[in-house]
Design a protein around this ligand. Structure first.
Ligand SMILES: Cc1cc2nc3c(=O)[nH]c(=O)nc-3n(C[C@H](O)[C@H](O)[C@H](O)COP(=O)(O)OP(=O)(O)OC[C@H]3O[C@@H](n4cnc5c(N)ncnc54)[C@H](O)[C@@H]3O)c2cc1C
Ligand code: FES
Length: 280
């Protein structure tokens, strides 16, 4: 079975949106879940979060950043082409309750997985404050979509080209210090950002959820590739997560394990550049 790409569009530099026809996934997907895709028989499997889905037309949206061989190859595909595998929805869905005030913090391409969560928390009757960040204005994604599902949206850029000049954690710290009662913080982005968010919220005792992105292979709890340590216990992010209590995650272990295959990833990328002549 193969899955048709119904739309592919470039969002910002090296970040792309792809809509794939997968009606079974669209029907079953809940916020916080992901798919594992394979481009063709020869490709590796990679996990990507379900950014949106449409039950009416059966499409599932993924938003991905070019990181290495597979995501760069994915970026070359166009509407009308096909993916070999599109397995999902995988992972435990987010627990979306009516809590009061929920702050969503999204960094870089992590804004994409934050979007279905912001939408769901809003629909559940929460006040939703969203803080999104990127290195620069031209790398910000989903600003208007996020604004539409948030009571308040704060934009941050590392270089000050838009919104707050600085990190999402500066804004979160100020918000918590201002006395705003926050019932839950949900942070999705690079591990270093999620670790920093956990550090900011801990002294305030604010419940904080992060969505972890370890290396995943089968996505079914069988291979152990996505092993993480939470509260000193081993968990498999593909089935026990990917969301966990940020204050209990061993982020250093996560970051070390993400770097384990860096040499092999570099070799694979070089081979890919040689075979496609570096053209995208
Ligand atoms: C649950 C989950 C959801 C994710 N959702 C998104 C998303 O919505 N958008 C997005 O852009 N990225 C997402 N990622 C990260 C994405 O899977 C990796 O960027 C991708 O696998 C990189 O593959 P590559 O061959 O292009 O790069 P490589 O050169 O192979 O690797 C670059 C880096 O990507 C990570 N990576 C590599 N292989 C895997 C793998 N099999 N599983 C996980 N991480 C890997 C490692 O940190 C590695 O150092 C998600 C990861 C997880 C675990
Ligand atoms: S990806 Fe294999 S156990 Fe989670």
């Amino acid at each position: 079975m193969s899955y048709s790409i119904v739309e592919k569009r470039d969002m910002v530099h090296q970040v792309h949106l792809m809509k794939v026809l997968a009606p079974d996934v669209a029907r079953a997907a809940k916020p916080g879940q992901f798919v594992i895709i394979r481009i063709d028989e020869q490709s590796e499997r990679i996990p990507l979060t379900i950014a949106d889905c449409n039950v009416t037309d059966g499409s599932v949206t993924i938003i991905f950043q070019e990181m290495g061989k597979t995501t760069k190859q994915l970026a070359t595909l166009k509407g009308g082409e096909e993916l070999q595998d599109f397995v999902g929805p995988l992972g435990t869905p987010s627990e979306i309750d009516k809590l009061g005030t929920v702050v969503l913090v999204g960094g870089g391409v992590g804004v994409a997985p934050s979007y279905p969560q912001a939408k769901a928390y809003k629909e559940a009757g929460n006040k939703v404050i969203t803080i999104i960040g990127a290195r620069s204005e031209n790398l910000l994604i989903l600003e208007e979509e996020m604004r539409a599902v948030s009571d308040e949206l704060i934009v941050c850029t590392d270089d000050g080209t838009k919104g707050h000049h600085g990190f999402v954690t500066d804004v979160l710290q100020k918000l918590l210090q201002s006395g705003e009662h926050v019932d839950r913080v949900v942070a999705i982005g690079p591990p270093i950002m999620m670790r920093a968010v956990a550090g900011v919220t801990k002294p305030f005792g604010t419940q904080t959820i992060v969505s972890l992105n370890p290396i995943m292979i089968d996505g079914t709890g069988m291979c152990g590739g996505c092993r993480v340590s939470v509260d000193g216990k081993t968990k498999f992010a593909c089935v026990d997560g990917p969301e966990f209590d940020a204050h209990k995650v061993d982020f250093n272990l996560l970051m070390n394990r993400l770097a384990v295959y860096r040499d092999e990833e570099g070799i694979s990328m070089k081979r890919h550049e040689c075979t496609c002549g570096g053209e995208q």
